[in-house]
Write a protein that binds this ligand. Structure first.
Ligand code: GUN
Length: 297
């Protein structure tokens, strides 16, 4: 049997259409649109391409967007002052500082300087705390975990009472998605296990999973025999394993042996085209939410 493919590219299109429609309605009713600023420090090529795509997507859904590019040697106080400027700018609803930052800048200090009510990445400790409490407290779920949960729900996979196993314990994916899946509420109510590099029986845990979420950053880590037949497999890994000499593009592989896994799982995300496109989509949703909170809409 071949698993149903959960395509992030298709889900992204649907959600961006929903957001575009809502932005137009808010504009009509309140005369404002969401404003997003992305702050890029330096010239890291991967960061430039992420930020370019974020800005392009913001433009597509009708936001006003600012790309604020700063030189690699901006001082920490100057960067903090820039964030403060946007914290106090009424036309800005979302502030995103692209990571990683140069070594002379304390990333934690910078993330903590963003107004939690404009922290559309969901990385500020206040938003991490809100996520942990759950329910109505949650303002901005971090974008990749929010995208994962959305994919699971839109694929029609039952989460209530499901055994969810999360491989990886990062602050950006593993810890928040585990927390989100165990909360009370729709798309959650799961029984969650987090496994990591020190876990004794990785395979044994994975084999129990009705929903297996893999964010380890190790290509092909999850073997087909670890997958429970009929389960839902979400592969968050994006690993460059080489270069296509004809196209000059990187060859990407996930953390799961996709070709074999798709014959066992009930549903599975491909790499590329799975979780990847969802992250920026959720950033747009968080920025729209930020304006709606402000308007009380
Ligand atoms: N760098 C890589 N991914 C991300 C992200 O989701 N947010 C920010 N701010 N920086 C990143």
């Amino acid at each position: 049997m071949s698993a149903k493919l959960i395509k992030g590219t298709e889900i992204r299109e649907k959600i961006l259409e929903e957001i575009t429609k809502e932005v137009a309605e808010i504009k009509e009713k309140h005369g404002v649109v969401p404003g997003l600023v992305t702050i890029l420090v330096g010239e890291n090529p991967a960061s430039i391409s992420y930020v370019t795509l974020k800005i392009k997507t913001a433009h597509r859904v009708g936001f006003t967007e600012i790309q604020d590019t700063q030189s690699e040697d901006i001082s920490e106080p100057d960067l903090l002052a820039l964030i403060d400027k946007y914290n106090n700018d009424d036309s800005i609803n979302g502030i995103l500082v692209q990571l990683p930052l140069p070594k002379h800048i304390d990333e934690k200090k910078v993330l903590n300087a963003i107004d939690p009510d404009k922290d559309v990445d969901g990385f500020h400790p206040v938003n991490v705390g809100r996520l942990m409490i759950g329910g109505n407290e949650v303002k901005f779920p971090p974008c990749t975990p929010a995208g994962i949960q959305e994919m699971i729900v839109r694929a029609g996979v039952e989460t209530s009472g499901a055994e969810v196993v999360v491989v990886g314990r990062s602050n950006i994916v593993g810890k928040p998605i585990a927390n989100m899946m165990l909360q009370k509420g729709p798309g959650a109510n799961s029984t969650v296990t987090i496994v990591h590099t020190r876990t004794k029986d990785l395979a044994g845990h994975c084999k129990r999973a009705d929903i297996l979420i893999v964010a380890a950053g190790v290509p092909g880590l999850v073997k087909p025999e670890w997958i429970k037949p009929g389960s839902c497999v979400i592969d968050v890994g994006v690993n460059r394993i080489g270069m296509n000499e004809k196209t000059g593009k990187a060859i990407l592989r996930g953390d799961v042996d996709f070709d074999a896994a798709k014959e066992i799982a009930g549903s599975i995300t491909p790499v590329p085209g799975g979780v990847g496109p969802m992250t920026i989509t959720m950033l747009m949703r968080n920025t729209l939410k930020s304006l709606k909170f402000k308007l009380g809409a």
